[in-house]
Design a protein around this ligand. Structure first.
Ligand code: SF4
Length: 266
């Protein structure tokens, strides 16, 4: 099976000249390596890096559509934090497996293998919106087991502040998709190892696991006469303890974008 590997700053640093010559306009080779991972610099910006090495590295770089300095800084902090995580201890806590020094975390039915320096491999293409929340999930200081009780997004820690964006980028587009392609939600269950559940006031209620201890519940009610359709995404009460609200938003917004891409070919 082909696995995609995402590089870490350290892996890029290893192949650089390490002369800190500053010709890339950054103070050091390490700063350059972090900037490449963050999308602010390209490998071509180091004039001493050999072409064959550039080609080898480029294939494993996770491309970002924007060079967002805030996101790059956030990623650099995560790469630093993850080196201090005790993977053996963390595995049980977050519902992952510890195998040969790596954490194996199942996201939507696909296994991601995470190295102690934050490098990642998966049987599927690694997408940036999974990478940052997954590293955050591993590094997050608090953790709680799945409760089986559901909260709205606004009830999660910090949810009120992000509610507007969450509604417009997550719930509204997913409702639009479900209205236009009624079979899509059932297909999502199959594609992403979700489960249909009963006992909710909805035509379709399905649970997905973006991370083991981060279940989400999607409830959809089709339009009926004058009544418009409704779609709400709920979160297990543990979610607010297991991941920062911004990462939860990033994760779900990325998920909805992926569903939109799937729907285009549906
Ligand atoms: S140009 Fe290359 S060798 Fe010089 S500091 Fe930047 S990364 Fe290092």
């Amino acid at each position: 099976m082909v696995r995609t590997k995402v590089l870490t700053p350290l892996e890029i640093y290893k192949v650089l000249d390490k002369t800190n010559c500053k010709r890339c306009m950054l103070p050091s080779c390490l700063a350059f390596a972090a900037a490449v991972i963050g999308g602010q610099k390209s490998l071509d910006d180091c004039p001493t890096l050999a072409e064959d090495l550039k080609e080898q590295l480029a294939g494993n770089l996770c491309k970002r559509s924007t060079a967002d300095p805030e996101q790059s800084e956030f990623m650099a902090k995560l790469f630093k934090k993850i080196t201090r995580v005790d993977f053996h201890e963390k595995a049980g806590e977050i519902g992952a497996e510890y195998i040969n020094g790596q954490l194996h975390v199942v996201s939507l039915g696909k296994t991601f293998q995470v190295d102690s320096d934050g490098g990642m491999r998966s049987e599927c293409h690694i997408i940036p919106w999974v990478q940052a929340p997954l590293l955050s999930y591993i590094c997050y200081p608090t953790h709680r087991q799945v409760t089986g009780r559901w909260s709205s997004f606004r009830e999660l820690n910090g949810g009120i502040e992000w509610q507007g964006l969450f509604s417009s980028r997550c719930e509204t587009p997913l409702k639009r998709l479900a209205d236009a392609k009624p079979d899509l939600l059932a297909d999502i269950v199959d594609l992403f190892m979700g489960e249909e559940v009963e006992g909710f006031d909805a035509d379709i209620a399905l649970v997905l696991y973006p991370f083991p201890h981060l279940p989400i519940l999607i409830c959809y009610q089709a339009a009926d006469g004058d009544l418009d359709s409704e779609l709400t995404i709920f979160f297990d009460e543990c979610c607010g303890t297991n991941l920062h609200i911004k990462s939860i938003y990033t994760l779900v917004a990325g998920l909805i974008k992926m569903f939109e891409n799937i729907a285009r070919n549906h």
